[in-house]
Design a protein around this ligand. Structure first.
Ligand SMILES: Cc1cc2nc3c(=O)[nH]c(=O)nc-3n(C[C@H](O)[C@H](O)[C@H](O)COP(=O)(O)OP(=O)(O)OC[C@H]3O[C@@H](n4cnc5c(N)ncnc54)[C@H](O)[C@@H]3O)c2cc1C
Length: 1005
């Protein structure tokens, strides 16, 4: 039956479609599914026919299992559900890029040694572990190996790998990876790929894709651009005048052409990327081939539509029907995107193509939404919902067939059969599959269905080393047990089970989200996750921009808050670190007498506060968390003006403060609720109850003026203590607003006192005060030492000092690490927050074999950083906190000029002269010992090390005497475990940045 335009805003304008996208981006799943089911028109008869036909396709394909490509068999045996499959995936991801043999051997030994390889022997005709396959790998030809090997493959393999370093094993596994990889690429370059396409009818109609990671540098982007230009020329020449839909085409990724491809960099993207793309589309149009823009992460979707808008508006290509966009059906906005594409095409009077995919980034979308604390997921959480969305989108595409030529990319028999039902008679469309996948299925479909539409093959082109990320995505996709491909050839699963009508499945589930996947706000069992912002939604970003601009004016005041009253008196100016001419407010400091009074009053308040009990205190802190979320904009604006925080930093800081309030509330409830009965002898009653100690002095730093301030204070309050808080000298305004908020939430006025003061003056009174019961501080090791000595000099009870200090944080990178990931994580760890986090990276140790590659990429990525006014959303690196801090950092750089090599200094714009800006620096040291002191700013030091000298590197980290964070980038578990065991560091992070939730990056399809 033919699809109708149901539930779609027929003729809807682009702006209506964009608004709908905004409304549906994070819609509740039940509502989104209801929309889908309403949009999808597939009669009972059509559903039945789709089921019958898809079962027939599966069974027919199974009957021809001998023709099954190597890869299908491989993936079926080695999915992600067994150790061996995961081992192979780990090897596949890393092996081919490792330049040194010793590390390659270690990776092979580590991954192969643990698996139960014999369990797979003989299960399939063409498997990795089968003797014949090993023969293929070892010798390049099919060989009969010794029966002892065939009978005990596992034992043989173990013996081999025990002798890791044997060139023969390395060679064999490298060759195996090439064989696996070779199944997915059609050629190492476009000429080779086209020659193959000419020869083999299987790949006669292709959309070629240039493999590689996304660009990190302008040089990467230029390289990709040149590769695309060349490919278009070669593909165009081979098209020999055929109609665009009948000739091979090209697929491009916008993230390959623009290193900063994100919404916050929109202005730069439109300025740099669009002209390049217009050139590419004109080239493709002139040669008459299709060019499709791949779909990437959900938060890049709106930006990609802005880019498409610019491409569609180009009058020079208006008559060319080859411009295309991929749309991901797993996204809740998919139907709206299709409406937008149709509206866009109509407005510009052009025909376009749309490739419908289900989507390749599901796992990372889920993770990203959780990390960002979004209200819901941008993707469906049930596989059946994605499948139904695919069909609803297919129907919508057919309904727009006057302007859109649909392309259906899937390897799922049911999706194919249902699309055949949805297709109106005479509609022009095609199917698409990935090279190396779906061959048997489409061959069978063609046998069963007369006039089956053309099938285009998405055909990756590139060197083996560029294949890795793509290969891993394929292994992940196909290894998942929800994947159709994973179950398709598994004889254990009957055809009728492999093929299920997703509409029925979804209706049975009532459209509800998957019960095992909590929504991002419900991520933590004991508390609500802090609310984040969807920085991929232009309406959200626009509203945020307006809200912050409205709060940019207005002077603030900080002064002692004693018993809830802010004291009067003259103060000194607090100025904006980004522009010292701007006065943000004034601070009136606390006198010695007032500090003493604050302690005395807090001591009186502590008993009643403690007596309220954990549950009541928890409620107060939870109210504070809600108030913080409600006033997020006020705090963000003030954090930017007073502390020089960029958008991301300020947002992260408010979330962290909220999270502290809720975390300590949960602790108060759990541990301070009341006495707990202890086990003991009969007749005795033993109870354990926890209570506050008295008055805590909380001394917080300027680099997290809200989060650490709130963290220290709420921890002490949760435990039943009262608090005298001393904010950092540079950031009293944020602290004053936070104390007011905590009072408003219900913390008794006297239980929390604020005393802005110089550290020394505060210490002189506070550490001698009889009411003092403990100290929590975050700051330098030197200051912690002073406090420690002051407390030790007291008579009477011994007081606790909770000190969090900074340090020379290091990151170790071995040659198995992925350079792009290393560079992303190093840039964020070293330069975000202008390097002013206690956890920031100062010392990067690179294994010498990959050092040049990583350093080159790092320098290119530093060129892409935006340094400037933190109130501008595009800014990555803002100012340092004070002119004195800036002077100290510059003095260090001057010293390094004589002692080390300055590899890179970023450019500072002259307009920044009124602020305390320090350009990000990359400095190469001969020896880690050259860095004796922490430099609290955007200065990164790098040291090369030979793999054999790891012990010396670890020794130098230990002897630095610090230990807050340590990063490790490796694919070798033994490497990070060894580092973990031989250093005593607070937080060791593996394969991520050292600051906060890792930035995941992936590429499509
Ligand atoms: C020609 C071609 C071009 C492509 N281009 C792109 C592209 O530009 N961008 C892109 O992202 N991908 C692209 N892909 C990859 C594509 O998204 C995957 O290959 C596709 O998802 C596999 O779908 P299927 O119908 O073959 O498999 P199926 O196994 O039927 O479906 C897999 C889909 O279900 C989703 N899924 C699994 N579990 C769940 C769950 N619990 N809840 C919700 N959804 C779930 C998966 O994420 C995946 O999207 C392309 C694929 C092809 C063939």
């Amino acid at each position: 039956m033919a699809a109708d335009l149901k539930e779609s805003p027929a003729g809807a304008s682009e702006s209506t479609a964009r608004r709908a996208m905004h409304e549906h981006a994070l819609e509740a799943e039940e509502l989104a599914v209801t929309r889908l089911l309403r949009a999808l028109e597939l009669t009972g008869g059509a559903r039945q026919r789709a089921m019958e036909r898809s079962v027939a396709m599966v069974e027919g394909a199974r009957a021809r299992r001998d023709e099954r490509p190597f890869l299908d068999a491989f993936l079926q045996e080695f999915g992600l559900s067994n150790q061996e499959g995961i081992a192979l995936m780990c090897i596949a991801e890393a092996l081919l890029r490792i330049p040194d043999d010793a590390t390659a051997d270690r990776l092979i030994a580590e991954q192969l040694a643990n698996g139960d390889w014999s369990a797979h022997a003989g299960k399939s005709e063409s498997l990795f572990v089968n003797a014949s396959t090993w023969g293929l790998m070892l010798t390049g030809g099919i060989l009969e190996l010794d029966p002892s090997i065939r009978d005990d493959t596992g034992g043989w393999l173990r013996t081999l790998t025990r002798k890791a370093g044997e060139p023969v094993v390395r060679l064999a596994v490298r060759r195996a990876m090439r064989i696996i990889g070779g199944e997915f690429v059609v050629g190492r370059d476009i000429e080779e790929a086209l020659a193959r396409s000419d020869r083999e009818s299987e790949v006669g109609l292709c959309s070629f894709d240039m493999l590689g990671e996304g660009a990190r540098t302008s040089a990467d982007a230029r390289r990709y651009l040149a590769a695309y230009e060349h490919a278009i020329d070669v593909i165009g020449a081979a098209a020999r005048g055929r109609a665009p839909h009948a000739a091979s085409s090209i697929s491009i990724k916008l993230s390959a052409l623009e290193p900063r491809y994100g919404l916050l960099q929109r202005e730069r993207v439109m300025r740099r990327l669009v002209p390049r793309l217009i050139e590419l589309t004109r080239r493709a149009a002139a040669l008459g081939i299709e060019l499709t823009v791949d779909a990437e992460e959900a938060d890049r979707l709106d930006l990609s539509l802005d880019v498409m808008d610019a491409l569609c508006a180009d009058p020079q290509t208006r008559d060319w029907p080859g411009l295309g966009l991929a749309v991901q059906a797993y996204g809740k906005r998919a139907l709206d995107v299709i409406d937008w594409v149709a509206a866009q095409a109509r407005r510009h009077g052009r025909r376009v193509t749309t490739r419908l995919v289900k989507g390749a980034y599901w796992d990372s979308e889920i993770k990203r939404a959780q990390e960002r604390g979004l209200a819901a997921y941008p993707v469906y959480t049930r596989k059946a919902a994605t499948d139904v969305s695919y069909l609803a989108c297919a129907g919508r595409l057919f309904a727009y067939r006057d302007t859109i030529r649909p392309q259906f990319a899937t390897h799922n028999a049911h999706s194919i059969a249902a699309i055949l039902e949805l297709a109106p008679p005479g509609a022009s469309y095609e199917f698409q599959r990935l090279h190396g996948m779906g061959r048997l299925l489409y061959a069978q479909a063609r046998r069963l269905v007369p006039d089956f539409p053309p099938v285009r093959v998405y055909a990756p082109v590139g060197e083996h080393k560029d294949l890795l990320a793509y290969l891993v995505r394929r292994l992940l996709e196909n290894g998942a047990n929800t994947s159709f491909v994973n179950r398709f050839m598994d004889e254990q699963v009957p055809g009728t089970e492999v093929v299920r009508d997703p509409i029925t499945t979804l209706e049975l589930a009532g459209g509800a989200a998957h019960p095992r996947l909590p929504l991002p706000p419900a991520l933590f069992a004991d508390r609500r996750n802090s609310r984040g912002v969807d920085l991929g939604d232009p309406l959200v970003v626009g509203a945020l921009r307006e809200a912050l601009a409205a709060r940019r004016e207005g002077a603030q005041r900080a002064a002692p808050i004693i018993d809830g009253v802010m004291l009067r008196g003259d103060g000194t100016a607090v100025t904006n670190p980004a522009d010292r001419r701007e006065r943000v407010g004034i601070v009136r400091e606390t006198t010695a007498r007032e500090i003493a009074e604050a302690f005395t009053n807090a001591a009186r308040a502590q008993g009643p506060w403690n007596a309220r009990g954990g549950a009541a205190r928890a409620e107060t802190l939870e109210r504070a968390a809600d108030l913080l979320e409600a006033r997020r904009g006020d705090f963000q604006a003030l954090l930017t003006r007073e502390a020089g925080k960029t958008l991301g930093d300020a947002l992260g800081e408010v979330r962290e403060a909220v999270d502290f309030c809720r975390y300590y509330a949960a602790q108060a409830r759990e541990r301070f609720a009341g006495p707990v009965r202890m086990p003991g002898p009969t007749g005795e009653c033993n109870e354990l109850s926890l209570h506050g100690r008295g008055v805590f002095a909380c001394v917080s730093p300027w680099n997290f003026p809200l989060a650490i301030f709130a963290g220290q204070v709420t921890a002490a309050l949760a435990a039943g203590n009262s608090v005298v808080a001393k904010p950092a000298e540079s950031t009293p305004l944020v602290a004053a607003r936070c104390v007011e908020l905590l009072h408003e939430a219900g913390v008794p006025a006297s239980a929390l006192q604020l005393t802005p003061a110089r550290g020394r003056e505060f210490g002189a009174v506070a550490f001698a005060h009889e009411a003092l019961a403990g100290v929590a501080m975050t700051g330098s090791t030197a200051t912690a030492g002073v406090m420690h000595r002051a407390l030790a000099a007291r008579t009477g009870a011994i007081l606790p000092l909770i000190a969090e200090t900074g340090g020379l944080n290091a990151m170790l990178v071995d040659s198995t690490a992925l350079p792009e990931q290393v560079v992303d994580d190093v840039v964020s760890s070293a330069f975000l927050s202008a390097g002013q986090r206690c956890s920031a990276l100062r010392l990067l140790f690179l294994q010498e074999d990959i050092a040049d590659t990583v350093i080159d990429m790092l320098i290119g990525a530093m060129d892409e950083l935006v340094i400037g006014d933190p109130s501008d959303f595009a800014t990555d690196v803002g100012p340092v906190i004070t002119p004195q801090a800036a002077a100290g950092l510059i003095e260090h750089v001057e010293r390094m000029r004589g002692e080390a090599r300055i590899l890179k200094v970023c450019r500072l714009d002259a307009s920044l002269a009124h602020g305390s800006f320090v350009a990000p620096h990359l400095i190469e040291l001969r020896d880690a010992a050259q860095l004796t002191q922490e430099q609290f700013g955007p200065i990164l030091h790098v040291v090369r090390y030979p793999a054999a000298d790891l012990d010396a590197v670890l020794g130098s980290i230990r002897s630095s005497g610090y230990g807050l964070t340590l990063g490790v980038q490796t694919r070798l578990e033994s490497f990070w475990r060894r580092i973990f065991a031989s250093t005593a560091i607070g937080n060791t992070y593996v394969n991520r940045n050292t600051l906060r939730a890792s930035r995941t990056s992936a590429r499509s399809p």
